[in-house]
Design a binder for this molecule. Structure first.
Ligand SMILES: [Zn+2]
Length: 315
């Protein structure tokens, strides 16, 4: 049993608390910290955002701890983000996998491509204003869960652009780095967006934030494809013919997306969206139930354009 464990801050990523534990434990190696917290040491991918073996951690928390695996999953990991676009039984499998010692690939379970936009190049993100406010309020900064969610490029609280820290999200090594003034440095060249892009990024951040806090039941990718067809027909972008044949106005749909979001916004989110023009959108619209990986952000963007509201679309 652990002799102490730091209290989790609001919206703190679990990894961040573990890193603060590492500092206070005085352990010389990260491996030692892993052994204390989880009973074993692993080099799992996505360990920072989708921490597993939570049952072990919770059972070993100091006496009197009220912490639950469910609270950690729902409020301190990226589980709720990846649970969107998963059917109830698939979300259960993810929850179950994170509760136990992981066997198999977490990327298969969350349905994310294995070449997952090069996670090795990704870093934990921070908002300069949160960093300052948290330090004033709690005496130390911490990694926020919401800042690490894919598709969120601005802080939903302060509407300022998030920056990369120097702590990589995925690398083969085991490490616990708490947020600090040393690893959260402002870049010398700050990326400047137009007001329109900034505003759209802020709206998207809040939509995703809503999505991960809502508890809707996803009815599956075949249902999603059927929904798309319904909305596309209503917008005059899709004609259906007997025998399952259809004619899709790829150019018209792409124009709609570009007018709605703007080139700068789409490029900031995912350069693939602008490089392949309409092809990638067609692929996500009509092939979503054939591909084992789900590009959640692209789906969210398309849903917003088609239905105006993610909430309406899902309910
Ligand atoms: Zn902030």
């Amino acid at each position: 049993m652990l002799s102490f464990f730091p209290a989790l801050y609001p919206d703190e990523l679990l990894y961040s608390t573990l890193a603060r534990y590492h500092i206070r434990s005085g352990n010389k190696s990260f491996k030692q910290t892993d052994l204390e917290l989880f009973g074993y040491s692993s080099q799992q991918v996505c360990k920072i955002t989708l921490t597993n073996n939570l049952n072990y951690l919770v059972i070993n928390l100091p006496l009197g701890s009220q912490q639950t695996v469910d609270n950690l999953l729902q409020n301190h990991t990226l589980y709720p983000f990846y649970a969107t676009f998963l059917m109830p039984q698939e979300a259960w499998l993810l929850k179950n996998s994170m509760s136990k010692k992981l066997s198999g690939s977490i990327l298969d379970i969350v349905k994310v491509a294995t070449n997952f936009s090069g996670d090795s190049k990704k870093f934990l993100k921070f908002c300069p204003e949160c960093l300052e406010k948290d330090t004033q309020k709690y005496g130390e900064p911490y990694w926020h869960r919401i800042h690490q969610v894919p598709g969120i490029l601005v802080c939903p609280t302060h509407s300022v652009v998030l920056h990369d820290s120097s702590v990589g999200v995925e690398s083969k090594g085991i490490y616990y780095h708490a947020a600090s003034m040393d690893n959260c440095l402002l870049p010398s060249k700050v990326k400047i967006f137009t007001n329109k892009t900034l505003q759209t990024l802020f709206i998207l951040a809040n939509e995703i934030n809503w999505l991960i806090h809502s508890n809707f039941t996803f009815r599956g990718l075949a249902w999603l494809r059927a929904q798309y067809q319904y909305y596309l027909v209503h917008k005059g972008l899709l004609q259906t013919f007997p025998g399952g044949k259809f004619k899709f106005d790829e150019f018209g749909f792409t124009q709609l997306i570009f007018e709605f979001y703007g080139q700068e916004f789409l490029e900031a989110l995912n350069p693939k969206l602008t490089q392949h023009q309409g092809k990638y959108f067609s692929y996500c619209l009509f092939g979503c139930d054939l591909n084992p990986a789900i590009d959640r952000i692209t789906h969210i963007l398309m849903i917003k354009v088609l239905a105006n509201s993610i909430e309406v679309f899902f309910q």
